[in-house]
Design a protein. Sequence first.
Length: 431
Amino acid sequence: MKLPKSVNVLLLGSGGRESAFAWKIAQSNRLANLFISPGNAGTRAFGTNVDINPTNFASIKQFVLANNINLVVVGPEDPLVKGISDYFASDPEIRLIPVIGPSQEGARLEGSKEYAKVFMMRHGVPTAAYRSFTKKELEAGYAFLETLQAPYVLKADGLAAGKGVLILSDLTEAKEELKQMLEGKFGAASGRVVIEEYLSGIECSVFVATDGKNYKILPEAKDYKRIGVGDSGLNTGGMGAVSPVPFADEAFMEKVRTRIVEPTVEGLKKEGIRYNGFIFIGLMNSGGEPLVIEYNVRMGDPETEVVLPRLSSDIIDLFDGIAYGTLDKKTIAVTPQTAVTVVTVSGGYPGDYEKGKVISGLDTPTESIVFHAGTATKGKEVITAGGRVLSVTSLGDSIAQAAEQSFQTIDGIRYEGMYFRNDIGKDLISM
């Protein structure tokens, strides 16, 4: 089986990642109609926004049948963890419509930090040593922390909207945070907490497309999580990203492929876990050796905004291979240019922030691609509707050139309280 020559696509999600997917899908010669559910103010330029919650599977089914949808692409993790792929596969009316995203069992690689750790251990994937604890095991958690050297890494086992990981330098503070997490700091997500040894080095993200047996490695990226310049302050969903990553040379990526990607894909196959989608592998380069920090079961945000602009091949053709087990017959073409994304956020983010601020300057011609993240429309105006508002991506012959173009574009955009990091990519320029 394969997708028809002309494809109707439903894309689920509303952030910068989905804006990038919509932008890329709209370029395909195989696209008939693109619908984005729910989308944002920017995705309107590439398709039709549909007011359906991505976790309302019954409504999604009705829409798919009513609009002759041939392919469903899932952007965020929540629908995957809640089982949208299984929902389609088990329903006679829609089971032949492929979903780009893993089964619910496969999605546990992101939905449960402990599950992912056990999977890695089972298949020899290099990662940090760890133990996990529940509220009843608080004293044992304290004791385990005392065996570790600072800094201390605490992770909510479940999904916590990117905020469930704490890195603490003080043992007393780590014990107090463990107690608060187990008492519900992150809701049900931290009913179990994974404590692991701290990995030192420099992070990068590797993205893998797989049909469950074959795989293709997409361009790698490095993102910037902290709110402040110089990687200071609170963690965020991501303040920017760069691709390619200078230290991820051929030798390093070969280690990633043989030690991490292949054992991961083979592990899924051996365990009979249905997986037709993307694997986001968060890595630490520790002295030239790759170690896995975490798995995500979808593309990252804002990394998607630097990875997809570097792909020059047809993305619907890639989806075709993922969906129908023919990924080995597909070719991914990548531009050698560098992409730099700079994220603009609302004032106060990642803490409390206001919405509804009017955004100006979006109609100014630019060489950058301005992906919308947290935006909405109010009459004829585009307004802020989230913490991360825009992802501004530029291509260039160097990190410095691409970053400068993104900063120039941002200079022409205005909304009350706008903030961005002006050092995205600077740490990589001398590498």
